[in-house]
Design a protein around this ligand. Structure first.
Ligand code: 48H
Length: 258
């Protein structure tokens, strides 16, 4: 069979366009394909929800690839090991209550399960604004990351969703936009972003799952972003809290959707 370049281009353009058009309206739109966003997306899709996930970078995985200071191993605690087991990530016990996993295995296995569960992941797209109606976040304003990097004056496109999840990590980008541009008060003690504290792994891992919840109508926070928004310490290269937070937010949204 002769391989024609135009057929290859046509295949990619038509398939991608269809995928993007199918994603204009969804149950949940997640921003950020780090560990918490992907785990959240996986459990939502597994429950039959229509989920779309936008990631600024070329690669998914957020801060998990690099383990701790580029030593590409991650640590999880006992409760979170069950989630790694579900994704078939190999773990090995270290000391009682501590497990180790290869960060490459963790990112690739979670990413693959997420896509196979039905989450549509769009890499190279950044959320630059939100859609707000009647004091409720109901969508995202998107642009190519390349447009953002090149600082081009190109207007964005928009997607609508019943719920938006901010899983953008330390920067809490979606919540920052909501706090800065809308009249919505976030459900924090200040009504705005409280800010992340210095490292305290034990306290941070305990609080992050509680903080991963609804922050205003239509908007949930998940993972590291939750401690930045509600105020909590960072935890360093222990990733159990991110996995548990992703699952917990998915469970909350599934309840609210039904
Ligand atoms: C599209 C965006 C946008 C945007 C950002 O940082 P992440 O890995 O986030 P989490 O919460 O899943 O995991 C946090 C963990 O990696 C971490 O940093 C830890 C445990 N730190 C502890 C410590 O002490 O430092 O992923 C967030 C993702 C990234 O891939 C970004 O590129 C992406 O979100 N992102 N995507 N539009 N506006 N902003």
């Amino acid at each position: 069979m002769y391989l024609d370049e135009i057929e290859i281009s046509n295949a990619i353009i038509s398939s991608y366009t269809q995928k993007l058009k199918d994603s204009l309206e969804s149950d949940v739109a997640i921003v950020g394909a780090g560990p918490s966003g992907m785990v959240c997306g996986y459990y939502l899709a597994k429950a039959g929800k229509k989920v779309v996930l936008f990631e600024r970078k070329l690669s998914i995985g957020g801060g998990m690839w690099g383990g701790g200071m580029m030593f590409n191993e991650i640590v999880v605690q006992t409760q979170a090991k069950k989630i790694l087991d579900e994704f078939r990530v190999k773990t090995k016990p270290y000391k009682q209550g501590y497990y180790l996993a290869d960060s490459i295995d963790a990112v690739t296995s979670i990413g693959s399960a997420c896509v196979h569960a039905g989450v549509r992941i769009f890499n190279l797209i950044s959320a630059e604004d939100v859609l707000v109606r009647n004091n409720r976040v109901c969508g995202l304003v998107l642009n190519w990351t390349a447009v953002e990097i090149a600082n081009l004056h190109v207007d964005p496109l928009t997607v609508r969703a019943k719920f938006v999840v901010d899983a953008t990590g330390h920067a809490a980008e979606v919540c920052s936009i909501v706090a800065k541009k809308s009249a919505i008060k976030l459900a924090t003690k200040t009504g705005s972003l409280v800010g992340e504290g210095p490292m305290w792994a034990h306290a941070a891992e305990e609080i992050i799952v509680k903080h991963s919840r609804k922050v205003c109508p239509g908007l949930y926070v998940c993972g590291m972003c939750a401690n930045a928004v509600f105020g909590g310490p960072r935890m360093g290269p222990i990733f159990g809290g991110m996995l548990l937070a992703g699952k917990s937010v998915a469970d909350k949204i599934i309840r609210e959707l039904s």
